[in-house]
Every structure is written in C-alpha cells, then in structure tokens.
Design a binder for this molecule. Structure first.
Ligand SMILES: [Cu+2]
Length: 305
C-alpha cells in the first residue's frame, strides 16, 4: 500500500513546483474562490533545513509576533466549542473536521510566514512550514529550544511554562509515537479502533487513530502532552513547535490520502465547512498543491536509520 511510487510521482511534482515557482496561477475547485499565489511552498523535514532556512523561519516568526499577527492566529485555535475541530468528548463532527481544519489553519499561518519572509529577504521562494518527524527525530528540535512559546497555558499575559519534553511532570508525561506506531497507523488503522466504535467508516477510523484515540497507539494527542507546557492546552499554537508537529500530522494524512483517495467523511459539505473560513470546507483542502504547498517527501519507511 505504502509503496515507492509515491516518491517518484512526488519528485515530478517537486520539479514542476520548482520550475514554476514565482509564476504560477493555481486553479481551485468550485468550493473555493479564485485566488492567486505566486509560489508553492515546499515543506521540508526540520532536521534537514539549512542554517539559513532556520534563520529565515525564526526572523519571519519574530516579525509576525512583533506585529500581533501571531497572537491573532493563535487565538483562532481557542474557539473550539464554536468551530468544533477536534474529536474530543466523542464529538463526531469535530472528529471529521480535525484534519481538514488543521490543514487550512496551517496554510493560513504558512501564508503569513511567507509574506514576512518575502518582506525580510526579498525572496521569490518563501520558506514553507517545516515538519517535525518525531517518530525519527526523537528529541525536541534543538534549533527551536530558544524559541519560547508566546505565552503560557492561561493565554495572553501568562508566563510560558517550561516544556516537559517527555520528562515526567505530574502524571501527564506521554509516549512519543515511534516509527512502528506510524506504520501501524497507516497500514492497520481499520483494526485498531475498539469495538465500541465499530460504526466508524474508513476515513473516520483513520482520523480517530491519527488524532490519538486508538488504545496503545500514541499519535497526535500524545505529542502535545509529551512536549507539555502550553502545548497541552487550547493555546497550544503559541508554542512554535505546534506548527511543526501539525505539519507532520498533515504529511501523514497526505500519505494516507494517496492510498485511500476515495475515503471521506459521511457529512455534507455544509456540515464540513471549516469555521471561521466561510468559503472553505473539507473538500476545498484535499489537494495540497491547490492550496499552496507540497511535501519534499511522502516517505514513511525510513530505512536509513
Ligand atoms: Cu494538535
């Protein structure tokens, strides 16, 4: 299922994106208003960024912080009861919106970051969001250690707590998912859902496991708790690592999508609208290239280690 052809198909995409960078107009489906981007971001593994790319990421982020844009986008994540974009407390609609909502959310941040990078460097190829492949690089990314969260888990005006980074703080330390968990998630997700949830369809079962509800399968939720501090609260995007963590979640969804292109939530487009973006629903974000980015690789089975 997760074979090697992804890689080849992907290199072609990358070539195209590189060739057309700076001069490309994207076409959207009828659920999305026409919008022009001058570029497609290439999202890379954070551990493979050059020093220059890391520097640009930090400078662009700092500009967004200085202008209040960062706090504004962080705050969007706290309207959870209104937006319903997590599967917590058995919210089935939230479960079905989780991946698409966060994909849209990440692209909004990536656009802000790109604009800041263009402004600061004059580049035509702004940096994309990096992903933190925690199943392979199993410590907190060193180059982000000194980039502390904007505030603490009490929201604006509160002091950021120290990150736990897997150390036992109270009873909340969690396991960081391993490579084997990721492979189980992608290949065996259907059977990992407990009997009491047997009404879930294929898409729902996958997102249920990826968000982190399958027994004995650490995934998205567990990484939040493992990092700790503000990452373990509704203000989690205040920690820059949030964006790199969710980028890896989104990459895993992209990998899964290429194996199950016809598996979708059973809700209507209307129900799957992604608030606060009134013109966007689940189907608007299925094609990542159409919303402005691609991954440098969709590989999971990293044999090189
Ligand atoms: Cu999250």
């Amino acid at each position: 299922m997760l074979d090697h052809h992804h890689h080849h198909r992907f290199s072609e995409e990358l070539d195209r994106a590189t060739n057309f960078a700076g001069a490309r107009t994207l076409e959207f489906d009828d659920t999305q208003p026409t919008e022009e981007y001058g570029y497609i971001c290439v999202r890379k593994d954070e551990s493979e960024l050059s020093d220059e790319e890391k520097y640009r990421f930090k400078k662009a982020l700092q500009l967004l912080i200085d202008r209040g844009d960062f706090e504004a986008i962080v705050t969007e994540h706290t309207h959870m009861t209104e937006y319903r974009m997590h599967g917590w407390n058995d919210d089935r609609l939230g479960l079905n919106r989780f991946l698409s909502w966060h994909r849209k959310y990440l692209t909004e941040f990536e656009k802000l970051l790109g604009k800041a990078d263009i402004e600061l460097t004059g580049t035509e190829n702004p940096i994309g969001l990096p992903y933190w492949r925690w199943s392979k690089n199993r410590t907190f990314p060193g180059w982000l250690v000194d980039v502390i969260p904007l505030f603490g888990s009490g929201g604006p005006g509160t002091e950021p707590e120290t990150r736990a980074n897997g150390h036992d703080v109270g009873s909340s330390a969690q396991e960081l998912p391993e490579k084997d968990h990721v492979l189980q998630l992608l290949e065996n997700f259907f059977d990992l859902v407990p009997d009491m949830e047997e009404g879930l369809n294929t898409y729902e079962r996958f997102t249920y496991c990826l968000e982190g509800y399958a027994p004995n399968l650490p995934a998205h939720n567990h990484v939040h708790v493992w990092v700790g501090g503000v990452m373990n609260s509704q203000w989690s995007p205040a920690d820059p690592i949030f964006w790199l963590h969710h980028c890896e979640i989104d990459r895993l969804w992209s990998i899964w999508q290429s194996s199950y292109p016809d598996s979708h939530p059973r809700y209507s487009k209307r129900a799957l609208q992604l608030l606060p973006w009134s013109d966007t629903n689940y189907y608007s974000v299925l094609d990542t290239e159409a919303v402005g980015y691609i991954y440098d690789t969709l590989e999971v089975d990293f044999q090189e280690i």
